[in-house]
Design a protein around this ligand. Structure first.
Ligand code: NOJ
Length: 753
């Protein structure tokens, strides 16, 4: 290269940063300018609005119209309210045609022509249903879950929706609580990665872009901490537990750009969330710099009177709005009770304006002022709904979410050429249950059952026999006999049992978390045949069924696996996919152990067989049935060579940790490599283990991978006595393995700076 050429190249290289700086600077300037313009437009709108119209923007109603041709509309009375500007958003209306018409009324027949926002609970899919969120979390595959949420957003937005009330990011340590099914399980770190993945998936390349939905982190906060696992019940936890366990997935949602939050039904230590300025102003706005909108949960504003912190509906409204709850879902208190309270000077108009500004700003961000029908497209709705690609993704997510708990004598995978297979149990032919709770517009008739999945999979000569044997929860044993007869004629028996979809989800707590009805008895009956047996479990929570866990040789947890459930389950049963899911929640031995979670404290008297006066039970081990992070594969993974980059670090340094993982079996498989830490001595007690990193990897037989992780300050920090987030010098342990118990370990020191 000539000197001239080199000089020119050097000049170009040197100028790149200058140009990109100028370019970026200009882009940033343009954004700021656009944002300032929006604020000016909002100023003008606010100046035009009556008090009633302002409060109307803060009013969210549930659509009460009929379902017509698969679409749900609003009533005549609700249309009148839209014309009068008394509604800012609807939930539960759906269907491109219907929503277009409602929006038309808002932008053509109301005085100020402000567009509406349409919200829906798109929790784990819209028409194509993915596994319930607990199942999605069991994939330990955030990239995949991001894609699933993307698909949900594409389908729902084409149907005219703008806003989903998801992700639900409540940590749940109590399997009695039915809503454990809707979240990512017990761990704040796994929960945070799933939370961020879902937000990224729903919101795609940014609000206002076609195919995206405004996401909503809910329920702020600590809803899963309900006493006795009873839904909506009191929560009484310390600020440290709140910040360490329950808040991280919410913070992760904010960091991923989530545009909205929903308040929770519960109180925390005396303060109902929906009236908590600590949560919605101090933490969310001041500390986390959240700029989106906050909606109450369904009638949660009104419920402040029942909590007993407000004597009247008006007082409830004032408390909620002042705390930072911008939108009132379904209580109608903001529109009915607040106007006169503002006029009487009991609520400042500034508080109202602040919330209205946020709502209008969101409508601008969603692009609704440019094109109120922006997302709505009946043709696209048809083209993008339940496509073959979407179903294929649901099948992949389904298969990756399955957790193999037991596989004695390597019963699984099954051969596709067996002569006869009995597919028994009440859930084998269920079309509705695999959808789980929050089915959006998913249709049972589109679901692949386990029986169908097995039929699709086996060779043409294989005979499939089926009998339910019993129902999910009745005490009727009359079907046992026939099922037993079929089992006797078969080479292998699959028993599909568990909970119905109604047994988990909202208001679906249970005091008995074993198999309902006579299902366990049914399994025992079939076991008497001595046939090789596989239990395929459908469940929205960990189930306690010690006899089954001990006596059935193969057990596959399938949660509620969605539209493609049967195919996904058959993929795993017959070995086209090797199971690689891991439990996102501890499975207890008995309800008496609940709450039981892996990241517990050591106590002053950790359980010991040598010492009676230690923290344990007289009638049960303290260990769980299956620990957090657990799950088997058809192949075997061997861990070795755990290394830390350096044995001494300063708190501001980062630490490299690596481990060698070998596929020591004879098939290709996925492993979730999990990294935990423990701070041995600190100024406040720290858990015995905390998940800090994980990675789902695929290894061919004999293949070895060195997996590297980097830990930083935030991974070692905790809230000290003064509630400051600090790293203290001292010894830490790092553990790496395929679940939270079977791990390799190393120590390292954090030294003073
Ligand atoms: C109540 C539930 O708690 C919440 O999760 C849901 O989004 C709303 N209802 C709206 O359906």
């Amino acid at each position: 290269m000539s000197v001239f050429g080199r000089n020119r190249l050097t000049t170009v290289v040197l100028l790149i940063p200058v140009f990109s700086f100028l370019f970026l600077g200009r882009a940033k300037g343009q954004t700021q300018w656009a944002e300032a313009l929006i604020e000016r437009k909002i100023d003008s709108l606010l100046a035009l609005m009556t008090l009633e119209e302002k409060l109307g923007q803060l009013n969210q109603l549930a659509a009460r119209g009929d379902w017509v041709a698969g679409e749900k509309g609003i009533t005549e009375e609700q249309k009148q309210m839209v014309r009068r500007g008394e509604v800012g958003s609807f939930l539960n209306a759906t269907g491109a045609k219907t929503l277009k018409e409602i929006q038309r009324i808002a932008v053509e027949e109301s005085r100020l022509k402000i567009p509406l926002i349409f919200a829906y609970d798109v929790i784990h899919g819209f028409r194509t249903i993915f596994p319930i969120p607990l199942g999605e979390a069991a994939t330990w595959n955030p990239e995949l879950i991001e894609k699933a949420s993307r698909v949900a957003a594409i389908e729902a937005s084409a149907a005219g929706l703008h806003w989903t009330f998801a992700p639900m990011v409540d940590i749940a340590r109590d399997p009695r609580w039915g809503r454990i099914a809707e979240g990512a399980g017990e761990d704040p770190y796994l929960g945070s990665t799933m939370s961020a993945a879902r937000v990224r998936g729903f919101q795609g390349e940014g609000l206002g872009k076609v195919g995206t939905l405004l996401a909503c982190a809910k329920h702020f906060a600590a809803y899963g901490g309900a006493e006795a696992g009873r839904d909506y019940n009191t929560v009484d936890i310390s600020e440290r537990t709140l910040r360490t366990i329950y808040l991280p997935p919410f913070k992760a949602a904010v960091d991923a750009g989530v545009g909205s939050f929903m308040s929770a039904f519960n109180e925390i230590a005396g303060m109902p969330s929906t009236a908590s300025a600590f949560l919605f102003t101090k933490v969310l706005r001041d500390e986390w710099k959240f700029t989106g909108i906050v909606v109450s949960d369904w009638t949660a504003v009104m419920e402040l009177t029942r909590h007993g912190v407000a004597a009247t509906q008006g007082e409830a409204g004032v408390l909620a709005l002042r705390a930072g709850v911008d939108i009132d879902m379904e209580s109608k208190i903001y529109v009915t009770d607040l106007p006169h309270l503002v006029r009487q000077g009991k609520l400042s108009i500034d508080v109202v304006d602040r919330a209205v500004r946020r709502v209008l700003r969101m409508k601008y961000r969603l692009g609704l002022f440019d094109d109120p029908y922006r997302f709505n497209d009946p043709d696209r709705e048809k083209a993008v709904t339940l496509t073959a690609d979407h179903r294929a993704l649901a099948r992949t997510v389904g298969a990756q979410s399955l957790v193999l708990l037991k596989n004695e004598n390597r019963i699984l995978p099954l051969s596709k050429n067996l002569k006869t297979i009995a597919v028994l149990g009440p859930l084998a032919t269920s079309k509705r249950d695999p959808i789980g709770s929050w089915g959006a517009v998913g249709r049972a008739e589109e679901v692949v059952t386990v029986l169908e999945g097995v039929r699709n999979k086996v060779a043409s000569g294989t005979k499939i026999l089926h009998a339910a044997g019993c129902s999910i929860d009745s005490l009727d044993r009359r079907g046992f006999e026939e099922a037993r007869r079929l089992a006797e004629q078969s080479d292998v028996v699959l028993i599909v049992i568990g909970e119905s979809h109604r047994m988990s989800g909202e208001a679906s707590s249970r005091t008995h978390i074993g198999l309902p009805g006579v299902q366990e008895e049914f399994v025992r009956e079939i076991a008497k045949t001595g046939k090789p047996m596989v239990v395929v479990l459908m469940n929205g929570r960990p189930l306690t069924m010690p006899w089954v866990y001990e006596n059935v040789p193969a057990i596959l947890v399938t949660w509620f696996a969605g539209t493609e459930a049967g195919n996904a389950i058959a993929d795993v049963l017959f070995g086209d996919v090797t199971p690689g899911g891991k439990l996102p929640v501890t499975f207890p031995r008995s309800l008496g152990q609940v709450p039981i979670y892996y990241n517990h404290k050591n106590t002053g008297r950790p359980a010991s067989d040598q010492d009676f006066f230690t923290s344990k039970y007289l009638d049960s081990p303290v260990t769980p049935q299956f620990p957090f992070g657990y799950g088997l594969s058809y192949t075997k993974f061997v861990y070795s060579d755990l290394k830390v980059g350096t044995e001494k670090i300063r708190s501001t340094d980062s630490l490299r940790v690596s481990v060698r993982v070998k596929n020591d079996g004879d098939g290709k498989g996925d492993e979730v490599v999990q990294l935990y830490i423990q701070d041995l001595v600190a100024s406040v007690t720290r858990p015995v283990k905390e998940l800090r990193r994980f990675r789902r990897i695929t290894l061919n037989p004999g293949e070895i991978k060195t997996v590297e992780f980097t830990l930083g300050y935030d991974d070692l920090a905790f809230y000290n006595q003064e509630m400051k987030f600090v790293v203290e010098p001292g010894t830490f342990k790092v553990f790496v393995g395929g679940n939270s118990v079977d791990v390799l370990e190393k120590t390292f020191e954090v030294v003073e700076r």
